[in-house]
Design a protein around this ligand. Structure first.
Ligand SMILES: [Fe+2]
Length: 493
């Protein structure tokens, strides 16, 4: 029995809050799964394509111990669910990310941290920004130099994980060269082997740092990026020569923070600003482009086109709802409901002008593109359609053609909700649709999940294969696909 296969103490999650309102993020499909499994010989409906070789990984919250106060989806302990495909066979594995906080709570046998919605003043430790918030590494997952990195949206330590065993290898400090934290949504340029990242926090100017991990695995460049105050940037974009950082008018209220309260507000009088910085440039070389106020969680892709930078995103026009809430819980739930549309910016490097506008009006988010075209022009994105439920759930998969605006759609059916669905290039793949999409789909009525495989050339046809799992994979955040050739290069095979 390996360390990761030992039983771990997991308390029953209480489905309640300080106000005794049932919290939907602790119930139903969202209820945490309690153990760590390795499963072979799973039932398959349809077939697993023999040319689908690699591993699909998805990160997300999975709370171990009930904590005081309100539970937010961002609070749960990071857990990776993975499906390894090899020669027409599939193996499922799930493991917690063994963060420093995970180990502390294991020793204590109980929750030591409050959630992000509560006063962190008495929490034992947090990230290096002095926020006593538990770094749960539950948000994003990416592959770089043979390792998977699990990251945390409020910035923390990236945790290195073996892509096949899912063993946590430890906090990744890049051979001792990372000073500080990293956000979720780092970007990997597969052509150069570089990893681009930023870090942000309320400590004071410059409020944001931008950096590069070189192909040798050390931080080779870090620079401060001046923004006017603490913001909540979520994602970034890259092109071969530039990185694009965001200063969006969603602001954490510092007076409330000083009083131990968490409050964010959307400042409609401020523009959205996009900073275009040379990949290896210093903060004073950044050029800011202004645009209509909005919030953006996720970037679709970005590239250079003549004298312009093109940036496609899922844009949230109105991140702060105007409704009157019956409770703090209702307010929190309203924030987690996304209403986003694919939208394109063009930043003209010669004139400094921004042009912007929607590409589509469907409510879609959690976009993916073929990782081989990251930072270069793409045609297709693979996106999740947002359900109209109270919680953050995806009821369909959409292939969006950014050249024609045409869509191929597949809806999962009543009570069935998918995960972010990365593009998985088939062996010998020659293009953006020459491969598959993989998604963990929960079936609410059957109280179990499956991993569905779609042909990226014909998404509307529905899955070509469904690997049935005996239990749920609670909905989470981000996913990635690691090709077999990347695993071989990284020494995992
Ligand atoms: Fe995200």
């Amino acid at each position: 029995m390996t360390r990761n296969e030992q039983p771990i103490a997991v308390a029953r999650v209480a489905a309640g809050t300080e106000e005794d309102e049932p919290n939907p993020y602790l119930m139903g499909v969202f209820e945490a799964v309690q153990d760590e499994l390795t499963l072979d010989d799973l039932e398959v409906i349809g077939e697993i394509p023999a040319d689908l070789n690699g591993v699909f990984l998805r990160n997300g919250p999975n709370r171990r111990f009930p904590a005081e106060g309100r539970y937010h989806m961002f609070d749960g302990d990071g857990m990776i669910h993975a499906m390894h495909f090899e020669n027409g066979k599939a193996r499922y594995r799930n493991r917690y990310v063994r963060t420093a906080a995970f180990h502390e709570e294991s020793k204590a046998g109980k929750a030591l941290w409050t959630g992000v919605m509560e006063n962190p003043a008495n929490n034992p430790f947090g990230n290096t920004h002095g926020l006593g918030i538990k770094d749960s590494a539950n948000t994003d997952v990416l592959f770089h130099r043979g390792k998977v990195l699990a990251t945390w949206y409020l910035c923390g330590s990236p945790y290195a994980i073996d892509p096949l065993s899912l063993e946590t290898l430890g906090a990744e400090n890049f051979l001792g060269t990372l000073d500080g934290d990293m956000m979720a949504h780092n970007k990997v340029d597969e052509e150069t082997g570089e990893l681009l990242w930023f870090d942000y926090g309320p400590d004071g100017p410059p409020y944001m740092r931008y950096g590069v991990v070189g192909p040798e695995g050390t931080v080779t460049h870090v620079t401060g990026v001046d923004i006017p105050g603490p913001r909540l940037p979520h994602d970034m974009a890259i092109t071969p020569n530039y990185s694009i950082l965001m200063d969006l008018p969603l602001i954490q209220d510092q007076e409330a923070r000083a009083a131990g309260k968490y409050r964010i507000f959307f400042e409609r009088s401020l523009p959205a600003r996009f900073g275009v910085i040379p990949r290896h440039g210093n903060g004073d070389a950044i050029r800011w482009f202004t645009a209509d106020p909005c919030y953006i969680y996720h970037v679709v892709n970005s590239w250079e086109e003549g004298e312009e930078i093109v940036l496609d995103v899922c844009r949230v026009k109105n991140p702060q709802h105007q409704a009157t809430y019956t409770s703090k819980l209702a307010q929190m739930l309203a924030y987690l409901r996304l209403n986003a549309h694919i939208y394109r910016y063009r930043f003209n490097l010669r004139t400094g002008q921004t042009t912007e506008g929607p590409l589509d009006d469907d409510n879609i988010e959690f976009p993916s593109v073929d990782s081989r075209v990251m930072g270069r022009p793409h045609r297709y994105s693979y996106d999740m359609h947002l359900a109209t439920e109270q919680t953050l759930l995806f009821d369909g998969l959409v292939r969006f053609d950014s050249q024609t605006g045409q869509k191929q759609e597949h809806f999962f059916g009543p009570g069935r909700y998918g995960s972010e669905s990365p593009f998985a290039a088939r062996d010998g793949s020659t293009g953006e649709t020459d491969g598959y999409l993989v998604s963990f789909i929960n079936d609410e009525r059957e109280n179990r999940a499956e991993c569905a495989i779609f042909d990226a050339a014909d998404v509307s046809a529905g899955p070509v294969g469904r690997v049935l799992l005996p239990r749920r994979v609670p909905p989470g955040f981000h996913a990635t696909w690691v090709r077999a050739d990347q695993l071989r290069e990284g020494g995992s095979l």
